[in-house]
Write a protein that binds this ligand. Structure first.
Ligand code: AP5
Length: 216
C-alpha cells in the first residue's frame, strides 16, 4: 500500500507516519527528513537546500522528486510507502505518478489532515527531538516520562529544528496554502482523498487513519 499524508506544517504527518511504520511495517519517506540529513552531511543537495529550508520556502521540484525516486529504489518492492511532506506542488504530484508507475506501484490513499492553522504554531514551536535517537517530544503535549531523559534511549540532550520559529512557520504555512493545498483537487478527481480531523488527540487521529487503511 502506498499513501500520502497531506497537511500543513505541524499537522501531525511525521507523528502518524512514525506510528504506521511501527504498526504496519511501512516505510516513511519524509522529504523534510531526507533534506535535513543532506544538509547535515554537507552534500551538494544539502548545500543547495539549506538556505531555502531555513527561510521556510520550498526546495526545487527536481531535487525532491529525485530524492523520492532514489528512496523508492532502495526499498523492497513489496514494502508500502508513506509519503510525508511530498508532493507539495502540482509538478511534484505529476512526478510522483510517473515515479510510481515506473516502479509498478500505485497510490492507494491521500489522507488530508485537516487542522486549525492558528493552533499549529504552538505545536511546532514547542516540539523537540532527542539528539541521539530522534524520538519526538513536545513542551506541552508529549514530555519525556523522566524530565530531561529520552524515553527511548536514555540520552540527555535534545534539539529543536532551526525552521521551527514562529516567523518561519508562518512562511511555511503560506507556502502550504499557495502551493500544496491546490493539489488536492488533482487527487479528489481520482477518488483518493480521505479527510481526517487532525485536531483530535494523537490516538484518535491514528484510529481514524486505521479505519481508512483497513486491516493491518
Ligand atoms: P518538513 O520536514 O516536511 O516539515 P513540515 O511539512 O513543515 O512538517 P512538520 O515536520 O513541521 O510537521 P508534521 O506535520 O510532520 O507534524 P509533527 O508530526 O512533527 O519540511 C521542512 C522543509 O523542507 C520545508 O519547509 C521545505 O523547505 C523542505 N521540503 C520538504 N519537503 C519538500 C517538498 N516536497 N518540496 C519542497 N520542499 C520541501 O507534529 C508537530 C508537533 O505536534 C509534534 O510535537 C507532535 O508531537 C505534536 N502533535 C502531532 N499530532 C498531534 C495531535 N493530534 N495532537 C497534539 N499534538 C500533536
Amino acid at each position: 500500500m502506498n499513501i500520502i499524508l497531506l497537511g500543513p506544517p505541524g499537522a501531525g504527518k511525521g507523528t502518524q507516519a512514525d506510528r504506521l511504520v511501527k504498526e504496519r511495517g511501512m516505510k516513511q519517506l519524509s522529504t523534510g527528513d531526507m533534506l535535513r540529513a543532506a544538509v547535515k552531511a554537507g552534500t551538494p543537495t544539502g548545500l543547495k537546500a539549506k538556505a531555502v529550508m531555513d527561510a521556510g520556502q520550498l526546495v526545487s521540484d527536481e531535487i525532491v522528486s529525485g530524492i523520492i525516486g532514489d528512496a523508492l529504489d532502495a526499498m523492497p518492492a513489496d514494502q508500502g510507502a508513506i509519503f510525508d511532506g511530498y508532493p507539495r506542488t502540482q509538478a511534484q504530484a505529476v512526478s510522483l505518478d510517473e515515479i510510481l508507475s515506473a516502479r509498478g506501484r500505485k497510490l492507494d490513499h491521500v489522507i488530508e489532515l485537516v487542522v486549525d492553522e492558528d493552533k499549529l504554531v504552538e505545536r511546532i514551536v514547542g516540539r523537540y527531538t532527542c539528539a541521539n535517537c530522534g524520538a519526538g517530544y513536545h513542551d506541552t503535549f508529549k514530555q519525556p516520562k523522566v524530565a530531561g531523559t529520552c524515553d527511548v534511549c536514555g540520552h540527555h540532550e535534545f534539539k529543536r529544528r532551526p525552521d521551527d520559529n514562529e516567523e518561519t512557520v508562518r512562511t511555511r504555512m503560506a507556502e502550504y496554502r499557495a502551493k500544496t493545498q491546490p493539489i488536492l483537487p488533482y487527487y479528489e478527481a481520482k477518488g483518493l482523498v480521505a479527510k481526517v480531523d487532525g485536531m483530535a488527540d494523537i490516538d484518535h487521529v491514528g484510529a481514524a487513519i486505521d479505519a481508512i487503511l483497513g486491516d493491518k
